[in-house]
Design a protein around this ligand. Structure first.
Ligand SMILES: *Cc1c(COP(=O)(O)O)cnc(C)c1O
Length: 391
């Protein structure tokens, strides 16, 4: 993600709006993850819900142990596009009509509750699968983002100690090969250390009885200020104390800062003191996390509001009043036809976009390691229409 990559992309003249995945940046991230695996013996999986552009799987597969899925379709995607690697699945609740097919793709199946384990566990075991249960260590380490906190009061995600004590019979415990937790979101390893204390306190006894521990995602390992030493200490502590194989399944860390959204200014206007630019991309449709999370995506060659001479509020062409990205400042006033380049757009973007308002879906391009551009996907009217009715 050098200055020159961004300058090159900004001047590329590719048809807008489009996502551009940066193959070299993906590989740089995955090399960091590979180092953690080599240092500690842990295994790292790609959480596909954050990044599932399968055309890039062959480039990153050599650095990873496999994929993690949120259900049937992601499990199939992982099995098809990262074959010969592990395929793990966790789902809040599996459907009876999906389960046989799921057994074809997944080798590790994690259940959310004792009742789901009771319903499906023996069948999965007979099919030769590794069985896990997601626990809830009831240890919140984040503030503000309640929708991203599976340890919030009343959470449906993971089995609490009280639920465990009420429902986990010896027969159910016997089915378990591993324990899974996922409680972090964009966090450093200090939050993992705090979480592990709670995991050991509540579930230490059971950790001695299973083979593996999956510590979920939310580890921002490839962020420059991430404390990898502490992560590796945490991993070694758990594997040494309990003789466990350790899995991590980050999504963001795999594709952090490894993609862009390239867009063009369609119109500029002014309402009172506020300069507004309407872009050919929509926050609501193409970067829904900007509104949902919410967050402010980095924009190449821009400043904070009022930091540079000309501040503009950037928004999409949809009818949603809140379809606003944020206020950004520039050295020169924006005008119709200007190109802009949003950064860190590989995660939770292409896999989460939608066609609300009949908005077209952006192309997906990849910037290959040799500097060439390749078009992976282009969408049209049919992609909008056939989600809505008969073909
Ligand atoms: C979301 C999720 C992940 C990946 O989280 P990131 O924040 O993208 O690293 C991993 N495992 C589970 C169970 C998840 O729900």
């Amino acid at each position: 993600m050098t200055q020159t990559t961004q300058a090159k992309l900004l001047a590329s003249g590719l048809p807008t709006p489009c996502y551009i995945l940066d193959e070299a940046a993906l590989i740089r991230n995955c090399a960091i993850l590979q180092q953690v695996q080599q240092d500690t013996g842990c295994k790292i999986l790609l959480a596909q819900k954050a990044f599932s552009n399968y055309d890039l799987y062959s480039a990153i597969a050599p650095y990873l142990a496999g994929t993690e899925a949120s259900g049937l379709y992601e499990a199939r995607l992982g099995a098809e596009h990262m074959p010969d690697k592990e395929c793990h699945v966790f789902c809040g609740a599996y459907r009876e009509q999906d389960f046989e097919e799921l057994l074809r793709y997944a080798d590790h199946i994690v259940f959310n509750s004792p009742s789901q384990l009771r319903k499906f566990g023996a069948r999965a075991k007979q099919a030769g699968k590794e069985i896990g249960l997601r626990i809830n260590p009831e240890c919140s380490t984040q503030e503000g983002h309640e929708i991203y906190d599976p340890c919030a009061a009343g959470s449906r995600l993971g089995t609490t100690l009280a639920q465990w004590n009420a429902e986990m019979t010896p027969e159910l415990i016997d089915l378990l090969d591993g324990i899974h937790f996922h409680t972090l979101c964009e966090q450093n390893s200090d939050a993992l250390a705090v979480t592990l204390n709670a995991v050991e306190k509540n579930f230490g006894v059971i950790l001695h009885k299973v083979k593996w521990l999956n510590m979920g995602g939310g580890h921002h390992i490839t962020r420059p200020d991430y404390d990898i030493d502490l992560l590796e200490k945490c991993i070694r502590h758990m594997s040494d104390t309990y003789q466990l194989e350790i899995y991590l399944e980050p999504g963001e860390a795999v594709a952090l800062n490894a993609g862009y959204l390239y867009t063009q200014v369609l119109d500029v206007l002014k309402n009172g003191d506020i300069n507004i630019a309407i872009l050919d991309m929509s926050a609501a449709c193409h970067t829904p996390d900007v509104i949902e999370m919410p967050y402010r995506p980095p924009l190449f060659a821009s400043g904070e509001k009022d930091e540079k001479a000309y501040t503009f509020r950037l928004g999409g062409p949809t009818c949603l009043a809140g379809d606003i990205i944020d206020d950004y400042s520039f050295d020169k006033p924006l005008s119709e036809g200007d190109y802009l380049l949003f950064e860190d757009m590989a995660i939770y973007s292409t896999c989460k976009n939608n066609t609300f308002n009949g908005m077209p879906l952006p192309d997906i391009w990849v910037l290959r390691t040799d500097g060439s551009y390749e078009l992976l996907a282009r969408f049209g009217y049919e992609d909008f229409k056939y989600r809505l009715g008969s073909r």
